[in-house]
Ligand binder design. Structure first.
Ligand code: NAI
Ligand code: CS2
Length: 500
């Protein structure tokens, strides 16, 4: 292994084709604190911001924070915060070293330090990519889950919080006490109406803590909605080795992504913002339709490919797309079940969008593991599949693909695959979901389906009443037991001819 690390000093020796920060990094002020500095932030918001800093907007340096482990800080600190974004498409790679991240703090190591950093006057935006479960909400209703262990902890220990909500409210309380304005809180997670959802759970949390603070927060923060899109798989050691070959130095924090990047943002910032539009973002009045399109078509298809692909032995999304049965299934799902339920703006070409998604999913240069996307299904499925499902049930339309994919999810969370191998299910509700399967499977698939549909955190209170849905998922669970996922995928369209 090359012991030379990427850092400020090493920038000079990088190959000429690698793009490097072309500004004085020491002259950058911290304007953004980002909670959840994972792979996605580094390849998306930080990448957009880098372009604006390069153009002279020096007030928007980023302080990254992790609320869980110190691993990203440990990767970035020896590198002076520098890392590489590599855009990969079949046959081409473009590398850019990003300089926007000046420092990374790890919340659990010193909560007061992070609160103080968020409360400094130069900070005008606190942005988040903390995964769906980080919002500590009930996925079906979108309300704060007051039974969540982190919320219980933070309400009792507001000076040393664990959750993102605890940090944001704690930092806002400090700003209020110091006579400073609040800040914009910008969710960049794949959640429906993410701005409203964040505003709601923040208000519900603050209200529990202190009614007067809650009122101040309502008048001194904004929570714009965003639609974020760029496929950024978790970086592997093989990726890091490939980046080392490209750079000539080791970058432990490198991220690999696709050339595509999209960011649609509601223009509602309390204290200004970078001109991200000049870097390709779109500022609009109504983000929600873009979010809905993306969540149902891109993420809905991703989750479909994740569960069925995983069960059929496909390691990555591109592997699943290489199976004609899955490719046809996902095309069918988008065209026949999802797209009819979306009222797209007149200028939006939904057919072209779907065709582009197919190409993006087929990008073999990305090793996007089906297992990674299958994580946290209980937090993802309501916004990815169930809006489509409710639409089709209401109009008595086709529900075959969505029932098939729900059957695959039930099988997946049973934690045992079709061959009897254990599945490592990563989901905050993994235990409850597995218990449903284990308790009801002996009574047959119809009993399993009934019990899952009664699980309100995911399915709400309405879906358990649909006999048609119940029959359709039971049909697919029966078929999976006999034929397995891949063979069943081929039958979905045929089943759709006779609805159910
Ligand atoms: P990652 O695993 O690299 O990073 C996740 C970050 O969230 C880490 O900093 C982790 O500490 C933090 N986190 C996890 N659970 C948390 C909790 N309960 N409370 C607070 N922080 C928590 O994942 P990545 O790729 O950065 O994705 C993060 C999120 O970004 C996704 O869940 C999604 O909502 C959004 N996103 C990701 C895209 C991608 O392709 N990777 C694309 C579009 C959006
Ligand atoms: C994926 C998304 O991990 C997942 O659940 O569906 O992170 C997906 O890669 C992004 O939303 C693409 O923008």
């Amino acid at each position: 292994m090359n012991m030379h690390r990427l850092n400020q000093h090493a920038l000079e020796s990088l190959p000429a084709e690698v793009i490097k920060p072309a500004y004085n990094r020491d002259a950058i002020a911290t304007g953004i604190v980002h909670l959840g500095i994972g792979a996605f932030h580094r390849a998306h918001q930080a990448w957009f911001t880098e372009q604006r800093i390069t153009a002279g907007e020096h007030d928007w340096g980023i302080l990254g924070a992790s609320l869980r482990s110190g691993s990203v800080r440990d990767q970035l600190a020896p590198q002076d915060g520098l890392y590489t974004v590599v855009e990969q498409s079949n046959g081409a790679a473009k590398a850019q070293v990003i300089g926007a991240v000046r420092e990374v703090l790890v919340g659990p190591e010193d909560p007061q330090q992070l609160l103080a950093a968020m409360a400094q006057e130069s900070v005008r935006i606190v942005s988040l990519t903390i995964t769906e479960k980080g919002y500590c909400h009930d996925p079906a209703s979108g309300n704060l889950n007051l039974q969540h262990p982190d919320i219980i902890h933070d309400l009792q220990n507001p000076q040393s919080p664990k959750s993102a909500l605890g940090y944001i409210v704690g930092a806002l309380a400090l700003r209020k006490a110091r006579g400073l304005p609040g800040f914009t809180v910008l969710s960049c997670d794949n959640l429906p109406s993410n701005g409203k959802l964040l505003g709601r759970v923040l208000a519900q949390f603050a209200e529990q803590l202190d009614g007067e603070l809650a009122q101040w927060i309502a008048g001194n923060t904004t929570t714009p909605a965003t639609m974020v899109d760029r496929i950024v798989p978790a970086t592997t050691d093989a990726d890091r080795d490939a980046v080392e070959d490209l750079l000539g130095v080791r970058d432990e924090a490198a991220v690999i992504t696709e050339p595509f990047a999209q960011w649609v943002v509601e223009d509602d910032f309390l204290l200004g913002r970078p001109d991200w539009d000049k870097a390709g973002a779109m500022f609009v009045k109504d983000v929600e339709i873009y979010e809905l399109i993306k969540l149902r078509l891109l993420n809905g298809s991703h989750s479909l490919l994740a569960y069925s692909g995983y069960l059929a032995g496909c390691e990555t999304v591109a592997d699943a797309m290489a199976q004609p049965a899955f490719k046809k299934l996902v095309e069918y799902f988008m065209q026949q079940e999802v797209a009819p339920g979306i009222a797209v703006p007149p200028t939006f070409d939904i057919a072209a969008y779907q065709a582009q998604l197919i190409q993006r999913f087929e990008n073999r240069a990305l090793h996007h593991r089906t297992w990674q996307i299958a994580m946290d299904g209980s937090q993802k499925i309501p916004q990815r599949w169930l809006g489509t499902l409710r639409y089709q049930l209401d109009r008595k339309g086709p529900i075959s693909a969505i029932s098939f994919t729900l059957a695959n999810w039930f099988r997946y969370v049973s934690a045992v695959d079709e061959q009897g191998n254990a599945i490592e299910v990563s989901d905050p509700l993994a235990q409850e979901l597995k218990e449903i399967w284990d308790q009801f499977k002996p009574a047959g698939n119809a009993a399993v389906v009934k019990a899952f549909l009664e699980f309100a955190p995911v399915f709400g209170k309405d879906l358990k009443h649909s006999a048609r849905l119940h029959a359709s998922i039971t049909h697919w669970l029966n078929a999976l037991d006999v034929d397995g996922t891949l063979a069943c995928a081929q039958q979905v369209q045929a089943e759709a001819v006779t609805p159910g």
